[in-house]
Design a protein around this ligand. Structure first.
Ligand SMILES: Cc1ncc(COP(=O)(O)O)c(C=O)c1O
Length: 394
């Protein structure tokens, strides 16, 4: 069995081999990122919504064509306002006026900030809190965008304290708290965690918030939180609204299926938001199409329910599929799963890639025995299952 796998790997095309060796970051340097969707590749490697955007969003984009010559100077603030209402922030309607000037202060001490995906928020956190000295406490394997951005800031003296997940592939908050000291400037929690799909209870996040210095920031990245059946019980939104040093980041890229339009946001105390603002492009970073699509997609409960239903079916399918293959899947609550295949997963990734099923090998997290697989459409999921079954017979 082993030798036939090796034979297969030796026979993969040079282009595929190059693509597979190129995993340097989540998106950067990934040859598959450019795979045209029209090629019918099952691109189940970037944790996107395979159902795409809500039909509400699509018709908002279509009907916005005549407005594309305009800056979204009233539409952006209108989306901010809608999000403030959703998250129960105190606000004044007057702040949604057509303006590029400073925003009026909100009542209640909290605000939110729109960004070019949540990536812009994460990068601003790195620059606003990580450009001098001190340390950042993060986990591994996890989404490392903030730590990576800190490491790229010229002259930053920040030390990265990278805490391994626990034996269940969950955030080890006790170990993180031990690592936090008076010099800690940023702590990052990703809940649910990417790439493991695991979630920690809110109480553990509160204990981390209790442990950080007043001038530090706890960033809770909730890119996938909407997939949880009881997201409101797990989310740190209330914490962000009551503490001066907790920020929650969210995105329209995942459950809302708008990754291509780049809209995310951060919510926290006005002091935090004001500290991030100089590192953001601001209102002129947003596209008219993105803002209108995000706004419309918030009203489409049906699309959200459809995505969640596919998600539940996919979780069940994965569990059966990987159990049959004898692999260990970390129980996931997000739209992707983290599977230990018991040996270097590169041959599996190659085998599936040759069948136009694109998944992520664990090498990019320096965990070569793992793969991360994203939810596909039902048809894509079935192609994955068939590919895994065929691989198991080699
Ligand atoms: C945990 C997490 N946070 C943030 C992002 C960035 O997403 P976006 O910039 O599209 O909002 C991603 C993207 O995959 C992610 O997995």
């Amino acid at each position: 069995m082993e030798s036939s796998r090796r034979g297969f790997v030796a026979g993969i095309s040079a282009a595929t081999a190059l693509a597979l060796s190129n995993f340097a970051g989540e998106i950067r340097a990934n040859a598959f990122a450019n795979a045209p969707l029209a090629l019918k590749k099952a691109r189940i490697l970037f944790n996107e919504n395979p159902l795409g955007p809500s039909p509400f969003a699509v018709s908002a984009i279509e009907s916005s064509a005549s407005m594309l010559g305009r800056y979204p100077l009233s539409e952006g603030p209108r989306l901010e306002m809608k999000l403030r209402k959703l998250h129960g922030l105190s606000y004044r309607e007057a702040s949604a006026e057509l303006s590029l000037g400073p925003k009026p202060k909100l009542e209640g001490g909290n605000d939110l900030l729109l960004g070019i995906g949540s990536s812009e928020i994460l990068k601003a956190v790195a620059w606003a809190y990580g450009s001098k000295s001190g340390n950042i406490v993060e986990a591994h394997p996890s989404y490392s965008a903030v730590g990576d951005a800190v490491a790229e800031i010229p002259g930053s003296q920040m030390q990265r304290k990278i805490i391994p997940l626990d034996s269940d592939n969950r955030f080890d908050t006790a170990a993180m708290i031990k690592a936090i000291d008076a010099d800690t400037k940023i702590v990052v929690i990703c809940n649910p965690n990417n790439p493991t799909g695991t979630t920690i209870p809110l109480a553990q996040i509160v204990s981390v918030a209790d442990a950080i210095p007043q001038d530090a920031l706890l960033l809770v990245d909730e890119a996938y939180i909407e997939f949880l059946p009881h997201a409101d019980k797990v989310s740190a939104m209330e914490l962000a609204k009551t503490r001066k040093n907790v920020l929650v980041a969210r995105t329209f890229s995942k459950i809302f299926g708008l990754a291509g339009l780049r809209i995310g946001y951060g919510l926290g105390a006005t002091e935090i938001i004001d500290r991030l603002r100089p590192f953001m492009l601001g209102q002129l970073s947003l596209s008219m199409a993105g803002v209108l699509a995000a706004e419309a997609s918030m009203d489409d409960a049906q699309h959200m329910a459809k995505t969640k239903s596919l998600h539940q079916k996919t979780l069940e399918l994965w569990t059966r599929c990987f159990h049959a293959a004898g692999w260990k899947m970390t129980p996931s609550e997000a739209c992707f799963c983290w599977v230990n295949v018991g040996q270097d997963a590169t041959p599996l990734v190659s085998f599936l890639a040759e069948r136009d099923v694109l998944i992520s090998g664990g090498r990019r997290w320096k965990l070569p025995n793992y793969v991360r697989i994203s939810m596909g459409t039902e048809e894509e999921n079935e192609r994955l299952v068939a590919g895994v079954a065929a691989f198991s017979k080699t």
